[in-house]
Unconditional design. Structure first.
Length: 292
């Protein structure tokens, strides 16, 4: 090696430098293999690659990849541990705090969500996503007033924030503010269109206002968009039963049973054609027209 180094004018590496060079090559190879495995869906193998990579050198990008892999595997505590190390290294990085809040939401750890959102807001108060996540945390803590305030702030920062309009409309409906919820639902119908969640909100609003026919029409459109919506069949069936349309109510409950047999079994035991009217009444007695 010394001969070739001298011939080409290079410097001969010391044993320690050669070791470092080999480690750098191994680091790059393991990291590349991990990223490639992630793209191929081999997430378990990707985790092993990233963990071995970090044994060679602490690298924030690798920790980021590892946190994503843990999330995909449902190992949320491990994902948060990696994200918290990223946050310690980059305390002003709002996106990391946002991701911690999102994982905490998956864990139903609303206190951690609030802490992450508070940390993010200390850096910037102008990120709509942070306010939206804060609203979700408040909802988990049953603080609906705080949630409405955060959602309103998110919409003020981002006028076309459809997810914020939807969650605010759903929350206002739960609070009994039909006018406020209707305004959000109308905005969504105009700007987003007849998506499943939007139609469900609008149908529940019409039902809450006592407009059964209008609500049924919206549920009709909803099952065209998603023929597998249990909520649509259950809630439309409740309205049909109230209107005396027993055949329609039975048809909807039959569809619920077809999609999820446990739904009816929970209420009335083993399903059979015998006594269906009574069974349907029992099943629908548990259905809240607001979907709560």
């Amino acid at each position: 090696m010394g001969f070739w180094s001298q011939l080409f004018g290079g410097k001969e590496l010391t044993p320690e430098e050669e070791k470092q060079e080999q480690q750098a090559k191994q680091f790059d190879l393991l990291k590349y293999d991990g990223v490639k495995a992630m793209k191929m869906g081999k997430v378990d193998y990707a985790v092993r690659c990233f963990q071995e990579t970090l044994k060679l050198k602490d690298d924030l990008e690798t920790r980021d990849y590892l946190s994503q892999a843990f999330i995909r595997l449902g190992q949320l505590d491990e994902a948060v541990a990696e994200l918290e190390q990223l946050a310690a290294a980059e305390p002003q990085n709002v996106s990391i705090q946002s991701r911690i809040a999102q994982v905490a939401y998956m864990q139903e750890d609303y206190d951690r969500m609030v802490a992450a959102c508070e940390q993010a807001l200390q850096t910037t108060a102008d990120e709509p996503l942070v306010h939206f996540l804060y609203a979700q945390a408040y909802m988990g803590q049953r603080n609906v007033v705080g949630a409405i305030a955060m959602l309103t702030k998110a919409i003020a920062l981002k006028a076309d924030y459809a997810d914020a309009y939807l969650l605010r409309g759903q929350t206002l409906l739960q609070m009994g503010d039909l006018a406020g919820a209707d305004a959000d639902a109308d905005w969504l119908m105009t700007h987003v269109g007849e998506q499943e969640d939007v139609l469900l909100l609008k149908a529940r609003l019409e039902a809450a206002k006592g407009n059964g026919d209008a609500a049924i029409g919206l549920y009709d459109r909803l099952v065209e968009v998603n023929p597998f919506s249990l909520e649509a069949y259950k809630e439309r069936g409740r309205l049909r039963l109230d209107k005396g349309d027993k055949a329609g109510a039975e048809a909807d409950m039959q569809k619920v049973l077809e999609l999820d047999p446990q739904q009816l079994a929970d209420v009335s035991g083993e399903y059979s054609a015998e006594g269906i009217e009574q069974r349907v009444k029992q099943a629908y007695s548990a259905v809240n027209p607001l979907g709560l």
